[in-house]
Ligand binder design. Structure first.
Ligand code: SPV
Ligand code: MG
Length: 322
């Protein structure tokens, strides 16, 4: 066993689950930022976010597929594991419907715990789900009873007591009235949910604020204000919302950036004018942790002369960044 004290500090799974639970139960409003791969997760963490939303929509889009369970659950969990490996903050995985019935949920929770994922959000639609903003009127909800079984199965399966199960109701998405949405959330709380995510596709925050005002259970509320993003966060805080998820903005920012750079290089047949506008290689090396490798080379390679030709360019670019 190595006695080195130079190794990268790690964050144990337990401290991440505790960190997510603390965010959910915080007295002030907290924010999770969506990410879809190791790089975006690292960038989100680097900008100060204390937790990450493993967005199903964004992970699917990054794979070039629809947010309709076209990506398999193992692909999603593997992607989320890469995000965990790249960061130390907790990740709440968007687990959609749990990819099947209660039994699939149980296996999903086991795998999430094994991979260092701090919590999972399950939604009360039918598998295969469709993104909430696609043709919502044709979307079907699971029965309250069936979904409660999934929540109970998830809670009974987790081995880390701080692993969080967030129950997401899509009642407003399919046009249910407030009373029905509240009844669903109430049942999910009784089934053991650690928080309720109440989703809405309204252009205003009225639905979720009305929900929050009527919610009298000691159970945190989570929202995803993608369509009502112009609402100031103070409104959410005043309404008693615990966690706000900015779900998909890293993915959408990357779409614009990749399209623009591809368009210009295609038109110009040159990269000359673009160089100053893209991230320097040294920046990417830093995000990849090349410094750590250079440090390890000094400790583990017998002599500098043994550094392979393949590794040498990394050193060169890294030092140009100084
Ligand atoms: C996601 O990010 O995958 C979500 C949030 O579920 S939303 O797309 O806004 O429904
Ligand atoms: Mg989703």
């Amino acid at each position: 066993m190595s006695t080195s004290n130079h190794s990268r500090p790690s964050t144990s799974n337990t401290s991440r689950t505790k960190a997510l639970r603390d965010l959910l139960q915080s007295d002030t409003v907290e924010f999770l930022m969506g990410a879809h791969d190791g790089l975006s997760a690292k960038i989100v963490e680097g900008e100060g976010f204390r937790g990450i939303w493993g967005s199903g929509f964004s992970i699917a889009a990054a794979m070039g597929v629809r947010d309709c369970n076209e990506a398999s659950w193992t692909q999603v969990v593997e992607t989320c594991e890469q995000m965990c490996d790249a960061t130390r903050v907790p990740i709440l995985l968007d687990g959609d419907t749990g990819y099947g019935n209660f039994n699939n949920v149980m296996r999903l929770v086991r795998k999430c715990e094994q991979r260092g994922i701090a919590g999972i959000c399950l939604e009360d639609k039918l598998f295969p789900k469709t993104n909430s903003f696609i043709n919502g009127t044709t979307q079907l909800l699971a029965s309250k009873e069936e979904f409660c079984g999934k929540i109970r199965a998830a809670k009974d399966t987790q081995t880390d007591e701080c692993f969080s199960v967030v129950a997401r109701t899509e009642g407003f998405i399919v046009g249910q009235p407030l009373s029905d949405v509240l009844a669903r959330a109430d049942a999910y709380y009784e089934a053991g949910a650690d928080a309720i995510l109440v989703h809405s596709k309204s252009r205003t925050s009225d639905e979720v604020v009305a929900f929050a005002q009527a919610w009298d259970r000691p159970c945190p509320l989570v929202i995803v204000p993608t369509t009502y993003g112009s609402t100031p966060s103070a409104v959410f805080e005043d309404a008693g919302i615990s966690v706000v998820i900015w779900a998909n903005h890293t993915l959408r920012a990357s779409v614009n950036a990749m399209r623009e750079v591809s368009r210009r290089i295609y038109q110009d047949h040159s990269i000359a004018d673009i160089e100053q506008e893209v991230a320097p290689l040294a920046d990417v090396f830093q995000l990849q942790g090349v410094d750590e490798l250079l440090d390890a080379e000094i400790r583990y390679l017998p002599t500098v002369s043994t550094i392979s030709q393949k590794q040498a360019p990394l050193k060169e670019f890294a030092s140009h960044n100084d």
